[in-house]
Write a new protein. Sequence first.
Length: 358
Amino acid sequence: MNAPFQPLFGARSLAEWIRAGGRPERRVQAYFARLSWHAFWFEHNWRTQTARVGYSELPDDPVFIVGPWRSGTTVMHELLAAVTGWRTPQTWQCFNPSTCFLAQRPPPDGVVERPMDSGRITTLGPQEDEFALLLLGEPSVYRAFVDPRRLRECAAELWPLTRDTLNKDTLPRWQHFLRGITAAAPGMPLLLKSPSHAFRLPLLRQLFPRARFVWMGRHTGELMASNLRMWRAMVDRYGLWACPEAAWEGFLHDMLNACDAVLARCLDEMPRDRLLWVDFHELRADRRRVLRGVLRFLNLDGSSEAGALGRRVEDAFARVPIHDGSRESLPADDSARKLEKRMVAARERFGLSTVTSG
């Protein structure tokens, strides 16, 4: 572990989960004392913030950008946030979920590099709400950033979300965090992005009956290689323990199988006007055509403000780089080949060619 360590502190339930792992391999001065101190104040601030935010109804029609990790969800999130101006969680909110609705917005001067690539993270930029979900103490596969020895244990709590085992009271703190996001701009559409949400799709359809989903697809060989780099980089940054090498392979195969299960359900149950399939390689090759197709899917491209929208599209491309990404690829196995076939079917049913012009 050679990367600069960045400790993660959050809710009491997250602290208790970390403590259950035993003595860390990575020595951090007074870590458990700091963990307890942060957890105490996190819970105190969360109670105060919850009372302030209230319990208004969440909108039933958010837009979710989903797809497995490293499939292009981040760049699509940043592009759509820039073009639409829709309400979306920002970095400072996702990493301070117990105080962000009590505090003033910070100045927009914070920029850091993502651990796994050359991407940039900004303080006020759109961010993956899974980080808020993690710190709020909800079950998240990102707990494995801290203790990767339990990676498959963490993921096992996510994969069953492809089945109807949950209800509308699931992830209550995450739902309340979203209430705070929407309260700042009532009536404005809500834009959310998290690869983990791909595996929560059946649950999300229960919570948000009119939700629409943009699924980012990428060749499985590239996806596997890029995921391996990403998870290792995040463990280097946040991990208190090292990850056994065998755990990576098992986790990635579980991920492919879970993706296949979710897409199978989408093909059986999802109306065409609720899900759009976008290939990452098409976005890289023809970004204007692809983004226009996404905007048509969201019923924006044919609006009376099409001229202004076109200018915002060009502004977004100037601000949001679309990196080529590594073409490194891992060999295909049975799980990868099965998912590739399912992705072909999803592309045929939900792809850009199925989107009619406004």
